[in-house]
Design a protein around this ligand. Sequence first.
Ligand SMILES: Cc1cc2nc3c(=O)[nH]c(=O)nc-3n(C[C@H](O)[C@H](O)[C@H](O)COP(=O)(O)OP(=O)(O)OC[C@H]3O[C@@H](n4cnc5c(N)ncnc54)[C@H](O)[C@@H]3O)c2cc1C
Length: 385
Amino acid sequence: MTDLLNGAEDEAFRQEIREFVTANLHPGTRDKVARGAPLTREDFARWQQCLFERGWVAPAWPVEHGGPGWSARQRLIADEEMFRQHTPPLPGFGLKMIGPILMRFGTPGQQARFLPGILSGDDWWCQGFSEPGAGSDLASLRTRAVRVAGGWRISGSKTWTTYAQYANWIFCLVRTDPQAKKQQGISMMLVDMASDGFTRRPIRLMDGTEEVNEIFLDDVFVPDDQVVGEINRGWTYAKALLENERFGIGGIGRSKHLLQRVREMADAAGRGADPEVADALAAFEIDIMAVEATTLRLLNAAEAGARIGAETSLLKIRGTEIQQGLTELMLEVAGPAALPERESEGAEAPFENAAYQFLNWRKLSIYGGSNEIQRGILAGQVLGL
Ligand SMILES: Cc1cc2nc3c(=O)[nH]c(=O)nc-3n(C[C@H](O)[C@H](O)[C@H](O)COP(=O)(O)OP(=O)(O)OC[C@H]3O[C@@H](n4cnc5c(N)ncnc54)[C@H](O)[C@@H]3O)c2cc1C
C-alpha cells in the first residue's frame, strides 16, 4: 500500500528497523504473527528482550527514562515496519499506560523502582479498572481501600483483566472516599499480585482463549509508597492513562498488516480480482491513510507542546472500525475455508486463524472505553455539542 512516510531519510530508518528485525525476531513468533495465531507470554517476552537490549523498547518514552529519542514520524515508521515484518505487538499496560503515568505523576522513588522493570520486561503489568458494575460508567467502581497504619487495605473485585495470568503487578482504581462525589473519591494504587488476599480466575472467551480474568482482592495490603500521586486524585490520572491507551489503539501498523493478510487471503481464494473485494480493499486502504495522516498531525502537535486529549477518541473509533471491518472481509473471502473440516485438524492455510481473529477482535470496539462512549466524548469535548 502507499506509504505516506517515504522520504529518503524515512527509507534509511526503515531499512535499519528491517535489518534489526530480520536478525533478531524468533522465526516461530514471526510465523505466528504472520498467520494471525494467538501468542504466548514467551513470544512477547523474547521480543521485548531484543528491543530492550537495542534500546528500542519504549519508542515514546523520553531519553532520560530509556526512550530511543525518535521523532513522531520515526515512531510511526518503526511501528509500521515492525508490523510489516511480523513482530508481536507488545502489550501496552506497562510501556504505554502505567509507565508514562508514573513519569508524570509518580514520585522519583516510584520511577526508580518501577520504570526499569517495565522496560526490561522483568515486571509484567495489568490494568485493574473495570468491575462487574463499572465499565463504561467507570466512576461507579466499588472496590474500596481503607486506611490502616502504613498504607491501605483493598477489598473488592475487578474484571476483564487482560493478561493477568502473565502479570506480577496491577494498577488499580479504588474508592478511598465513599462520601465524596463519585469521581472525586477515587485513588490509583500499585498492587503486587503476590500479596496475601489476591486471587485470579480466568474467563473463557468465544474465541476459545482465556485472555482475560476476574480478580478478587480480599483485604490486600498496599503500602503508602505504592499510591500514585495524591489520594482521591485517581480520576485525573485514569483519564490521562486512557487517552494514552486510545492513541495506541488507533494502530496504523496493525491495520496495514491486516490489510496485507486479507489481500493474500483474497488471492488464495481466487477473489483478488473480484470487483467487490477489490473495491472494499481500496476503501480500507484510503481509510487507513486518512487515520495515518490524522495520527501524524496529532503526534506532531503533541511534540510541539500541544496537549492532545479527547481527540484520541477519534483515532480509537476509526482505527478499530477499520480493523474489525477487515476481519469481517477476511471471513467473507475465506468463506467455508475458515472452518476446520474436522475440529482436530484446523482450517487450511492461509485461512486457519481467520475465525479466531474475527471473534477475538470484537473486543476492539469495547475495550479502552467502548466506541459509543468515545462518540459521546467527541461530541462533548471536541465538538462542544
Ligand atoms: C477483551 C476485553 C479486554 C479488556 N481488558 C481490560 C483490562 O485489561 N482492564 C480493564 O480494566 N478493563 C478491561 N476491559 C473492560 C472494558 O474496558 C469494558 O468492557 C468497557 O469499558 C465497557 O464496559 P462494560 O463491559 O461494563 O459494558 P457496559 O458499560 O455495561 O456497556 C454495555 C453497552 O452499553 C453501551 N453504553 C454504556 N453506556 C453508554 C452511554 N453512556 N452512551 C452510549 N452507549 C453506552 C456500551 O457502549 C456497550 O455497548 C476489557 C474488555 C474486553 C472485552
